[in-house]
Each structure stands twice: as C-alpha cells, then as structure tokens.
Design a protein around this ligand. Structure first.
Ligand code: FUC
Length: 757
C-alpha cells in the first residue's frame, strides 16, 4: 500500500491544469482580405478587421462564429456548415456554380453605449479553450463591462451576453445581416432573415434579445435594448439533410427550426444556458490534460512574435495541441465534418470553396479524433463518407464502366455527393483507414460490422478489379503521388494505401469471422502488391523510376511515406531498413519553400515521431508556429486552412503515445523543448487510456487504464529492462522486458495499471 501511494504521487501532474486561454490585450487590427459580408445600412461604420488572423472561433459542431472582440462596435460573423451552393456536379469539373461552395451566413453587429471609445481602459479579449467561452472586458467611467460569447450544443444557439458591474449601464443595439442580400424582418424583440440559394437550399437565422431591467425592441434592421444586461440568442439553420435518400433535404422549414430553437433557448436564464454549455464542452476538453509548464502573462500576439524570433514557449506549443482539440470539438459534432476551414468562413467564394479535399486535408482533419480522446467527433466523417457513396459510386461507374464494383472519389468532394477536379483513386481507401481505426481504438464491434465492414469490403473489391500485373507484382495503374509528378503505374503512395486497405480488411474479416473467395483473393493480392522500394541514395522511392529532381524538390506532399504515417507498413522496430529510408526521404523534402504549408508540418511531426526523432519532431512544431501560424493561432496555407491546426494535435499525440505497431509506445519522441511535463487521457489502440510524466526529458511514470480488458504490450521510452506494474487496488508485479523491449501483461476492464521504472 505504501509503495502504491508513492507511485500514485509520481503520476500526478507537475502543476495544476495549465491555463487554456488565448488572450489579446488590444482590439483587432489590420484589414480584412476578401470578406464577402454585406454590411447593411449604418453597419458600414463597423470595423471588419482581419477576420482570419484576429477574430476567434466558437462553434457547436454545426453553427459557429468568429468573434472579433471590439468593445463598443462588435462584429460577430457566423456560419452554419450546411450552407452550400452546388449539387451532384455530374460533369466532375470544379466550376463554382456546379460543384458549389461553402457560404458565409452573415453577421451580428452590436453597438454599445453610443460607441464612444474615449477613456476606455483595461481591455482584454480572450478565448478559453477549456470552456469554449470568448470574453471581452473593458472599463469605462469606472464601470467594468463584459461580453461573453459561446456556441451551445445542448441549446443549438450562439449566445452573446453583455453585462456591467453596475446597474443600468447596458444601452445599445444589435443587427442581423445575411450574406445573401436577405431582408431583415423585425418583430417584438427579434430579427429574422431567410432565403434560398440558387440550388434551392433554404436557410434562416433569428436573433432574439432578452434584456434585464429594461426593454428590448426590434424595428427595421436593429433591436434596441437598455438595462442591466442583455442576452442575444442567435439561431441558424438550413433545410439540408445529410441523406442522399432524401435528396439532401430535410423537408423542414428552417425558419420554423430556428424559431423553435430560439424559443427554447431564449426562455432560459443566461446562467442556465451557460451552465449547460460549460458542462457539455468541458466534458470533451477536460478528457486530456497536457502540462509542459506555465504560460507567460503576455498577450498571444506578442508571445507568437517572440517565438518567431527564437524564444522558447512550451506553453504556446501546448496551446496549439489543445486548440486542435478545441477546433474539432467546435466544428465536428453530429452533423457535417470539418471542411478546409472547419466551419468558419467569411466568404461566398472561399479558397478551394472550403470543400472536402481527399488527398490529405480531410484525413488530416481527423487524425486527432481517436488518440486525443474525441472519438464522437469522428462520427461526422463517417456519416459524410457514407452519404457521399451513391454520388461517388455514380461518378466512379461513369468513369470506369458499368461493371465497376465499389467506388472512389475525385480530389474535391462537396456535401451533395458531388465530386470535382482530378480523380484521386486511393481517396476512398484512405478514408476507409479511419473506419478501421475507430474500431482499433474503441473495440466497437457493432461499428466494425455495420459501418466499417461494408466500406472496407467494397473498396477492396474496387481495387481487386483495378490492379494490373507486371513482372509478377500487382500495381495500381496510372496513379499520382498527389500533386506531384507524372501519372504512372505503381506509384508508392497508391501501393501503400492499397496494402493498408487490404490488410485492414483482412484483419476486420478475421474479427468478424467473415470468410469468402473474395477475401482469399484479397489476401493473395495483398501479398503480391509491389512493396516499398529503397532507391540509390537510400530513399523510399516515390515512383518506380527514380526522379531525384522531383523527390528532392521540397514538394509539400509526403505521400510516398503514407506507410510510415498514417499507415503502418513501415515501422521503426518492425522494418528498420525501410524506416531508415523513410528518414532519408523525409529529410530530403527540406523545410523551405513549398514545405511550408499549414498541413506539411503536422504530417512531418507525426512522421518524425514515428521514426523516434524527437529533435526533428520538435523542429516541425516550431516550423508550423514560425511560418504558418496567424496571431489568433489559426494555421495558414495561406490562406487559413484548418488542417494544420487539427493535424498538429495528431502530430503531438504521436510524440507522446503511439499504438500503430501492435504495441503502446509511451513517450517515444517528446519534444526536447518540453523538458518536464505530464500528459493524461490520451487513447491507444486496443482500448487503453494512457498517462505519463517526464522530467529532464526522461520518463518518470506511466499509467494505463484498460477499457476493454485486452492484454497490454507496452514499450517505454528509454527501453528499461524491467518495470514495476501496480494494479489499482490489486497486486504489484515486477516485469522484465521481452526480447523486443516490450512489457506484456493481462489487464482487467476498467482497471488502471501504474508503471514505474
Ligand atoms: C491539396 C493540397 C494543397 C491544399 C489543397 C486544399 O490539394 O495539395 O496544398 O492544401 O489541398
């Protein structure tokens, strides 16, 4: 017992949970680039400064807003993630009218107390990632004012609250302006907009003001209010349904939907709305704690500037990790998945239409979901993929002939089953990995049978029919190492993805006890696939022919290393020669030019982590912050692209816990700049929750909670020869490492095991 107490003590975090606030101490600066918001009437006097780099996002997975944090003339730009033009796009082109584009919804503008900024002091605006609440505060004439904004999932509304620390100080007005020239209709304390897009998609939004200690009255484009405090409830919806059988329409009038939602939310007290939201949001964010030291007291823009000049700021890197979790939890919950901008978009023609890109971006958006303990946030990816199958199948059959089995996708996909731009043949197989991984992490056999299996099996059939044989090997024909080099047979990227698909399908079949001639054929084909090849300068060959001028060109994609990450055909301990070659290839891409993109650094963070190179992984997160991060910590391609934010969280997960190689590797590549730290709540395949502490970069303790009762195979940083395993409320055992350096022990469901050297 005494021993156990000591072990538990060691496993506690070094500090209390670190702050997760992203704080500025000045209102937004700079000018917007390309915003399509149509400010209306006298709203033109409102500042619209730097949407992509200064405003801060809140979201409930379906509706979201960018909060600028201007004290007296505030702009809150909002979105709903199904507000899309376009449709089935039968031509397969990438024309904005046919393929469509994600749209801006509109703005809420708020003017307070005559908007006289003279004498305003003590300003701050901050987003708290722990609670999902944005707060702006300032002082004027000895009164402290506070504005809070959050997007509530339980109440399906964006809630804005203005209050002061003295009575009768809140006087102002608010407007609701749509981005599609909607007319605002005012009645009582409410403003309404509604309309339909060229494709017939209907949309509506409603803003209701509840004032305390005074009236709130709407007329023309504004609601005027005065009193002690005011709560503004914003609801927004479309008549989209994520269901091809319904023609992607719900049949419900969105004006009725938003009125109902508004009625439900606006009749509750602000405290109640806030309490439900905080309980819901902390339920997600609170699952993982990462502590690498306390923050400096400086505002975020200054910290980032100093970091870019070379200052160390482990807490800033930790914030990037939690920001990715925050952004997924805010953009992907039970409806459409996170698009190229998550769900935040101020333009009616955003870059790449803010669509779903299938050759890295949508996949990277979801790498973090399982390991960073947000499995339910992956649900929208599965639902969207399944809903896109009929449209994608039709496009696939049109391209490959009537007899085609299975389906795949082009590079761009919308929300109506519409595929656009060039074919990306391994797209569907890459998405299938996510279905498999959800099972691998959760052990959910029902999901494996009902949802993952049909996807894996059908896409495997597509590939059985499409491989060609050359010199006794099976090759993917006419592939492309995205978006690099020529189309030809046997491109490494495609070979590796098809290997991954076949392997996962066979593993799924054995769990589900499926047997068939097709499965036999898949096994034969998998074993005949041309595998990764090492080239003349020690690299993984990207094509079957060497093309050093391309391989060393610094291209952004690292597609030929799919087998290293997210795949697992190449592993550090399982295939050391290929791992060495992968390191040479990765190094040869360099870190300048095209290698500096939102999503390049996260992928390379994950890859270096899998290669057991904390030094290199640490350089990658630094590169992301130095070259591709904006002051509000959005990552930029440019422009803003969310894959970098969501991806870096996955990259960090790989430095702390890996589970892709049949073992749980704990602290395999902790950034050297994170000297002392602790992590709690990451997930590993096989149903384990993992925590660990380290000091001077060296592991101190680790803990594993077994959710499924499966045997544990654990590798600890530094490969100690023995370890003490203490079962909570049970026995303590000393274990010696197996020949491969791992520790193996049986676990009981729901039990925690403390590991100490
Ligand atoms: C892929 C990438 C680009 C960009 C675009 C949205 O095509 O090659 O870099 O991220 O998606």
């Amino acid at each position: 017992m005494k021993h156990l107490a000591k072990v538990l003590l060691l496993s506690l975090p070094l500090h209390a949970s670190p702050s997760l606030e992203i704080r500025f101490d000045a209102p937004p600066t700079g000018k917007d680039k390309g915003s399509s918001t149509n400010f209306m009437g006298d709203a033109a006097t409102f500042p619209s400064s730097n949407w992509e780099s200064q405003a801060q996002p809140v979201g409930n997975g379906r509706i979201g807003a960018m909060v600028f944090g201007n004290p007296l003339r505030e702009r809150i730009q909002f979105n709903e993630n199904s507000l899309w033009t376009g449709g089935a796009n039968p031509s397969g082109g990438y024309d904005v009218n046919e393929f469509g584009s994600y749209q801006n919804f509109g703005d809420v503008l708020i003017e307070l107390n005559g908007a006289e900024t003279d004498g305003l002091t003590d300003f701050s605006r901050k987003l708290d990632l722990a609670t999902g609440i944005h707060t702006t505060t300032w002082k004027k004439d000895s009164v402290t004012y506070t504005r809070e904004v959050f997007a509530s999932k339980p109440d399906e509304a964006i809630v804005i609250r203005l209050s002061a620390d003295q009575p009768a100080k809140i006087t102002g007005k608010a407007s609701l302006a749509g981005a599609h020239k909607e007319t605002t209709v005012a009645s009582e304390n409410t403003l309404r907009i509604s309309g339909s897009l060229a494709n017939g998609l209907r949309h509506a939004a409603q803003l209701t003001a509840v004032s305390e200690g005074g009236p709130a009255t709407a007329s023309n484009d504004w609601i005027s209010f005065s009193g002690n405090a005011v709560t503004l409830v914003l609801t927004a919806a479309t008549d989209y349904a994520l269901d091809p059988n319904k023609g992607f329409r719900s049949g419900k009038d969105p004006a009725v939907t938003v009125a109902d939602q508004s009625q439900k939310a606006a009749t509750q007290s602000y405290d109640k709305l806030r309490t439900s939201h905080v309980a819901d949001f902390t339920g997600l964010m609170g699952r993982v704690t990462l502590d690498v030291g306390n923050p400096s007291d400086k505002p975020i823009n200054q910290r980032l500037e100093e970091y870019k000049k070379g200052a160390a700021d482990p807490h800033l890197e930790m914030l990037m990790f939690q920001y990715g979790r925050y952004l997924l939890a805010s953009s992907s919950r039970g409806f459409l998945p996170a698009n190229l901008q998550g769900l935040w978009n101020d333009s009616n023609k955003p870059a790449w239409y803010a669509d779903y890109h299938t050759n890295i971006n949508i996949q990277m958006n979801y790498w973090l979901a399982e390991p960073s303990n947000l499995a339910e946030c992956a649900r929208p990816l599965f639902d969207w993929t399944v809903a896109m199958i009929p449209g994608s199948r039709e496009a696939t059959v049109k391209e490959f002939g009537e007899k085609t089995r299975g389906w795949t996708m082009r590079t761009s996909v919308n929300i109506y089953g519409g595929n656009g731009w060039k074919w990306n043949l391994p797209a569907s197989a890459w998405l299938a990995r996510h279905f498999w991984d959800h099972y691998a992490f959760t052990g959910d056999e029902k999901f494996l049978r009902d949802q993952a299996w049909p996807v894996l099996y059908e896409i495997s059939q597509f590939w059985l029919d499409h491989l060609i044989e050359k010199d006794g090997k099976l090759l993917v024909p006419q592939g492309w190492s995205p978006e690099h080099g020529p189309r030809e047979d046997g491109v490494a990227h495609d070979q590796q993805i098809v290997w991954d698909l076949f392997t996962n399908t066979l593993d799924a079949a054995s769990i589900l006890r499926e047997k068939s001639a097709t499965l036999g054929a898949i096994e034969v084909a998998r074993n005949k696939l041309l595998g990764p090849k090492i080239g003349s300068w020690g690299q993984i060959m990207e094509w079957t022919t060497e093309r050093p001028e391309l391989e060393k060109s610094g291209h952004r994609h690292t597609s030929h290393l799919y087998a290293l990450h997210p795949g697992n055909q190449i592993t550090l301990h399982g295939t050391p020669d290929l791992a060495k070659a992968a390191a040479i290839s990765l190094e040869s891409r360099g870190t300048s030019g095209d290698s500096r993109r939102s999503w390049t650094w996260p992928w390379r963070t994950a890859m270096w982590a899998r290669l057991g190179r904390p030094d290199k992984a640490g350089e990658m997160i630094r590169g992301l912050l130095v070259h591709n991060t904006l002051p509000n910590l959005f990552t930029t391609h440019p422009p803003f692209q969310i894959d970098g934010n969501l991806g870096i969280t996955a990259g960090v997960c790989e430095t702390l816990v890996q589970s892709h190689a049949g073992e749980i590797s704990i602290l395999p590549a902790v950034f050297p700049q994170w000297k002392d730290g602790s992590v709690k709540g990451l997930l590993a395949r096989g149903g384990f929750e993992v925590s660990a502490t380290w000091k001077d970069g060296a592991i101190q303790s680790a803990a594993l909670t077994s959710k499924l009762g499966k045997p544990a195979v654990v590798r600890l940083q530094g490969n100690p020869s023995s370890v003490t395993v203490s079962e909570t409320g049970g026995t303590t055992t000393k274990l010696n490492a197996a020949e491969d350096g791992t520790f193996r022990f049986d676990t009981k469901k729901g039990t925690t095991y403390q590991l100490t050297k």
